[in-house]
Design a protein around this ligand. Structure first.
Ligand SMILES: Nc1ncnc2c1ncn2[C@@H]1O[C@H](COP(=O)(O)OP(=O)(O)OP(=O)(O)O)[C@@H](O)[C@H]1O
Ligand SMILES: Cc1ncsc1CCO
Ligand SMILES: [Mg+2]
Length: 304
């Protein structure tokens, strides 16, 4: 984080030194690994085809989610209706994003129905279990998803641990109460929960933090870099979920989750160089999502 005393005395967790942040190994995914080609192809495909991922997302960050989807080359449509989800699943939308941030009582039925409809249409959906563990309504909706699991769970470390508990998965710390949208855990603490969730869903879990983890339950990918400024704007994580859904329109879940997280980290690296504070960072970040090349994203350091 640069700028005039901008960290307010907090520790700078900017993940720029792989030796201090790498949780497991320092082995970079080989530069000729086919996954890198798949990631570059996903970035190019989104920019070429402008896919629509529909979103049922929270009121706090809905605008950033839509703008981030547009900035990576996708399209956006926000609503809170299972009936509308069904209509969009019949053609226009290629993936669905469901974010649990700000719930209303009517979402108790609408969210599970939208998730079920997406799965029935043969399309992937992405869950951001914001605030998992807080409140009966949130817990009931999250529990309902066990019958129609998401292709990608995108969350912070505390939410991964809480979600594992709600889904009855046997991992350390699962089931404890969590009452907030910020993570109080490091990514490393969420590794068992992320593995358990991915094995349960048969999909992918993307846990954000100083070094992000993307896992399909058997393969782990650690993604360093990005900027601590992302934690000073609300909705960096929410919009990463929306962008993961955009990528899920054109790529399998593992590639989509990797492309989205890497795109975020490289754009944040760029934005940090010109930011003077959270607001200018957000503006520069959206610009950088638009401008970062497919090759730069695909050639990122990926620890395995
Ligand atoms: N300490 C950090 N250093 C660098 N990047 C970070 C750090 N913490 C989070 N990030 C990045 O910020 C983005 C959002 O992750 P974060 O963990 O803050 O999500 P979140 O808690 O769900 O956010 P929100 O709920 O505000 O949307 C990700 O791209 C992640 O890589
Ligand atoms: C601050 C906040 N409150 C509910 S959702 C949200 C956005 C970050 O998850
Ligand atoms: Mg969040």
């Amino acid at each position: 984080m640069r700028g005039r005393g901008t960290d307010h005395g907090e520790t700078d967790h900017g993940a720029h030194d792989p030796n201090t942040n790498d949780p497991k190994t320092n082995r970079n995914l080989p530069i000729n690994n086919p996954l890198r080609g798949d990631i570059a192809a996903a970035v190019t495909a989104v920019r070429a085809s402008k896919p629509l991922a529909q979103s049922l997302t929270n009121f706090v960050t809905i605008n950033l989610v839509a703008n981030a989807q547009l900035a990576v080359g996708g399209a956006a449509a926000m609503h809170y209706s299972a009936e509308e989800a069904h209509a969009l699943n019949q053609g226009a939308s290629k993936a669905t994003y469901i974010n649990m941030g700000t719930l209303l009582e009517e979402f108790r039925d609408q969210y599970p129905a939208a998730a079920r409809d997406t799965v029935a249409a043969g399309l992937p959906w992405v869950l951001d279990p914001v605030g998992a563990g807080a409140g009966e309504l949130r817990t009931a909706i999250l529990r309902s998803f066990v019958d129609c699991p998401p292709a990608i769970v995108r969350c912070n470390a505390s939410e991964a641990i809480a979600l594992a508990g709600i889904w009855g998965l046997d991992v350390p710390g699962a089931g404890r109460a969590h009452a907030g949208v910020e993570s109080s855990d490091e990514v490393e603490a969420a590794v068992p929960a992320a593995h358990a969730i991915a094995r349960f869903t048969g999909g992918v879990v993307s846990v954000s933090g100083a070094v992000d983890l993307v896992t399909d339950g058997s393969r782990d990918f650690y993604l360093p870099g990005g900027s601590v400024w992302l934690t000073k704007i609300t909705g960096a994580g929410c919009s990463l979920g929306g962008v993961s859904a955009t990528y899920a329109c054109v790529a399998e879940p593992l590639v989509a989750a990797l492309a989205a997280a890497l795109h975020y980290n490289r754009a944040a690296d760029t934005a940090e160089r010109v930011a003077n504070g959270p607001a200018s960072f957000q503006t520069a970040f959206i610009d950088a999502l638009w401008n970062t090349s497919a090759d730069e994203i695909a050639q990122s350091t990926i620890f395995i």
